[in-house]
Design a protein around this ligand. Sequence first.
Ligand SMILES: Nc1ncnc2c1ncn2[C@@H]1O[C@H](COP(=O)(O)OP(=O)(O)OP(=O)(O)O)[C@@H](O)[C@H]1O
Ligand SMILES: [Mg+2]
Length: 290
Amino acid sequence: MIEIQNLDKTYKGNVQALRDVNLTIGTNMFGLLGANGAGKTTLMRIIAGLLRPTHGHIQVFGHDLSTAKGKQAAKAFLGYLPQELGLYPALTAREFLDYVAILKAITNREMRRHQIESALEKVRLTDVADRRLKTYSGGMRRRVGIAQALLGDPKLLIVDEPTAGLDPEERVRLRNLLSDMAQTRTIILSTHIVEDISQSCNDLAVLDEGRVLFRGSPKDLITQARGQVWHITVANGERPDNGLLTVSTLQLQDSVQYRVLGQPNSRYNPIPTEPSLEDGYLWLMHSARV
Ligand SMILES: Nc1ncnc2c1ncn2[C@@H]1O[C@H](COP(=O)(O)OP(=O)(O)OP(=O)(O)O)[C@@H](O)[C@H]1O
Ligand SMILES: [Mg+2]
């Protein structure tokens, strides 16, 4: 359980990255959704004890991160995959994991070997573990990143945009892998890809300019756009009202079909449409801006 209270973070140069964030994060998979610069990485680094907040309190499994003792205790429960993890290209996956395990102070050789093999198996890299990392694809590298975060068998796993830059199949594979692992531990996952959340998180927060704009289930987020989603068809060359938010555009033979959010003029004969999670997210962001 992670408890975050009145958290502010202001970087040098007066960049306010987090503003009065209050969150309770329970078990399984928690999604952190937000645009570039919303504050996701900042929040994750603070939870991981790598960055100090300007104000506010955090407790990780009952340990207060503002004290050296609390931070030390919380670290023992923690695995972290940073947004940009530097791998050593000349090392094999097995060598790299050994190196990280030593850094994590897993000094017993037999224990280290056991944990490395178990992590390799979990991310399905056992067969290629003696290949140099420079020969790995983007998806495989990401899985090495997850494997290194799993060393020490953490109760809390923080993964910052693990699916960025992956092809659809690798993305699905990684998502499933994380879902499996979330059965026995807490995972906090950040993404700006709405689908990542809809498939695997039962609880999420949307961050916007450092603020928590929304907190709830994917279903609750979808509900935000209920009654606001429409299909309208306009003749070629015509455009829908300015006040509408266009989600997608489909060119037909001599007209254009739009999926829009808002309240279209009845002259378009708008067809009401079931909202998706993306609609909910877009409507939430749109409503925050007006
Ligand atoms: N070390 C730093 N010094 C100054 N400003 C920073 C620093 N790190 C981040 N910021 C700023 O803080 C804000 C939040 O950044 P953060 O990296 O937490 O966002 P993010 O949601 O992770 O974005 P992205 O989706 O691009 O990874 C941004 O305005 C960013 O420019
Ligand atoms: Mg980030």
